[in-house]
Design a binder for this molecule. Structure first.
Ligand code: SF4
Length: 266
């Protein structure tokens, strides 16, 4: 099997809860959505990638290993379009199901697997064998102006439920704009809180992210990501406090911009 890959490269994770971690990124071509703000538009179409086999990708990853490697991030586009390929690749990279990756001299280091997904493919997400962290987007209607369907949010909620059931570590990422409305964020905060609480009542032992056990709503963080470039927030940064306070009524919230943009790296 060969799938379209845009690029494989080593850099720092620039977003979310694993920010600053050294990662090898595997960027797949092709996406089932078409967001207005997509900063990687070249990976929306499968035509933008070159076809690579599992063995070719594995060899490339091995060649990029560095002493500070923390994890491999499967990103896109939408990586879950290639869930079967990812499972096969991770099996080849890891040592009999442990968290080890071989380097060229055959000694091993710990490595973790991250998936960066738009969250709209819950069945495929549930089929990924090994995940150490999922970055799951919550899309806003105004961000997909041409092709919005209510099922996008419904599927994101299904993905969240699935990850909670499977006790997988994850966080939700919400890209905001100066034009984002507080009412929209309030609705999302309430819905997420309801989902998190639903599962708290089913299994009180679920503590997938090791957050404060006494406050159920704090266990799954929402990362507010101000859209890049950040100069559009000049004189408007007070909005970010309002966004955080609105979501923070319901769930744990952090506000983190994309740091790789500041460093001018991929
Ligand atoms: S889900 Fe991600 S890759 Fe796909 S169009 Fe939206 S921003 Fe781009």
């Amino acid at each position: 099997m060969k799938v379209p890959i845009v690029e494989i490269f080593s850099s720092f994770q620039g977003e979310g809860l694993w920010i600053g971690r050294r990662q090898i990124f595997v960027r797949f071509a092709g996406c089932n959505l078409s967001c207005d703000y997509c900063d990687i538009a070249s990976s929306q179409s499968t035509d933008s990638g070159i076809l690579m086999s599992v063995d070719e990708v594995v060899e490339k990853i091995k060649g990029l290993k560095t002493s500070d490697l923390h994890s491999i991030s499967f990103t896109g586009g939408e990586p879950l379009l290639y869930a079967e390929f990812i499972n096969e690749m991770v099996n080849k990279l890891t040592d009999a199901g442990t968290d080890k990756i071989y380097n060229t001299k055959s000694n091993k280091i710990d490595v973790k697997i991250m998936i960066e997904t738009n969250g709209t493919l819950p069945d495929l997400l549930a089929n990924i064998d090994k995940i150490d962290c999922v970055s799951l987007d919550i899309k806003l209607k105004e961000q997909i102006s041409q092709n919005w369907k209510d099922e996008i949010f419904e599927n994101e909620l299904m993905s969240i439920k699935s990850l909670i059931k499977l006790k997988k570590r994850f966080y939700c990422k919400l890209v905001v704009f100066p034009s984002t409305e507080l009412a929209t964020l309030e609705k999302i905060g309430k819905e997420l809180s309801n989902v998190f609480n639903l599962y708290n009542t089913i299994d009180k032992d679920i503590n997938i992210n090791n957050y404060n056990k006494n406050n159920h709503n704090t266990r799954i963080p929402i990362v507010i990501q101000p859209v890049s470039p950040v100069d559009q927030w000049k004189n408007q940064s007070n909005l970010l406090f309002k966004f955080s306070e609105t979501i923070g009524q319901y769930v744990e919230v952090l506000t983190i911009p994309q740091i790789h943009r500041f460093l001018n790296i991929e």
